[in-house]
Design a binder for this molecule. Structure first.
Ligand SMILES: [Zn+2]
Length: 315
């Protein structure tokens, strides 16, 4: 994928320094393949697993960028216009991406993967904390973070397989093989979560962002989500007080943070509330470092499981 992004940048600089309209021949796609655009890292990984070398994939979210409020660049809009198929999430999850998708010509197949999965309602946010909610709750009140459920990932694999197999140029048996192999890794991941979290001293997780309701729902945990803790600002006294009260009430040993929050801030909050901190990754995106280290959806979910088992004292 890196090579595609570098190629995209290079063409952008050389060929598109003035304008590359939709009528131009220059796009980021390779000729002779099914051209696919994916609006989120987990979708990219599904497309790669199912489509292999038969697809040319353009990623919309650059590594390390938050996914909810991403706005496609003009160059990406040009790519979208020449895609054969776009896989995205609707319902208000990524308003900027959805707007771009809605304006695409009918020649582009648009697949809202949220229609293939089992949605659940969002849980309550921790009282006394408040934060940005853009894309964090779908229009119908359900939770958009469906990819954090290995079961929903399997449903999306099947939708991507069926969509790609419908292209006449696509070799269906190889899509079936790719889909089956990824599905069996996801089924094992689900089984690992189920057994790893079956017997734990605590079942309450305090997270920095209300992203883990699917994990909580499927593996019988309770998520308490903190909001209003930003990577750049110190949390307010009110937020700190709400977090400490909740940590005390639920005898929480660990406050979970995401990779983009500075370690000092996490430590400061942990000291304040008398808890440890650990990272739970939302996998909306992988950082350049994670990609360089060979991380992928399953490996990061396994790290999440290890962090949960430790914090909840599972045996
Ligand atoms: Zn989110």
């Amino acid at each position: 994928m890196k090579s595609v992004r570098i190629a995209l940048l290079a063409t952008g600089l050389v060929a598109c320094s003035t304008a590359c309209g939709s009528s131009g021949t220059s796009t980021s796609f390779e000729p002779g393949k099914v051209n696919v655009a994916a609006a989120l890292y987990p979708i990219e990984e599904i497309v790669r697993a199912v489509g292999g070398s038969q697809v040319s994939l353009v990623e919309l979210i650059p590594p390390g960028e938050p996914a909810h409020d991403y706005e496609p660049t003009p160059r990406q809009v040009t790519d979208l216009e020449s895609a054969d198929v776009v896989f995205y999430f609707g319902g208000g999850f990524q308003p900027g991406v959805e707007k771009a998708v809605a304006s695409l010509p009918s020649s582009v197949r648009k697949v809202d993967l949220l229609k293939s999965v089992k949605l659940i309602a969002v849980s309550q946010q921790l009282a006394g904390t408040e934060g940005a909610v853009d894309g964090e709750v779908l229009g119908d009140g359900s939770d958009p973070h469906v990819w954090l459920s290995p079961t929903n990932m399997q449903l999306m694999v099947e939708q991507v397989r069926a969509t790609l197999a419908a292209f006449p140029s696509f070799d269906e048996p190889s899509a079936d093989t790719g889909a089956a192999s990824f599905t069996s890794r996801l089924a094992k991941l689900d089984a690992d979560f189920r057994s790893g979290l079956s017997s734990c001293v605590s079942r309450v997780i305090v997270t920095a962002h209300r992203a883990f309701d699917y994990v909580a729902h499927e593996y019988n945990l309770e998520q308490i989500a903190i909001a209003g803790v930003s990577p750049t600002d110190e949390p307010s006294a009110k937020t700190l007080e709400a977090i400490s009260r909740s940590a005390r009430d639920h005898q929480v040993t660990t406050i979970f943070f995401e990779t983009n929050l500075p370690a000092e801030l996490s430590k400061m909050i942990a000291n304040e509330v008398g808890a440890a901190t650990a990272v739970l990754d939302t996998i909306e995106t992988l950082s350049n470092k994670q990609i360089a280290d060979g991380a992928n959806y399953v490996s990061v979910m396994q790290s999440n499981l290890a962090a949960l088992e430790k914090a909840l004292v599972c045996s």
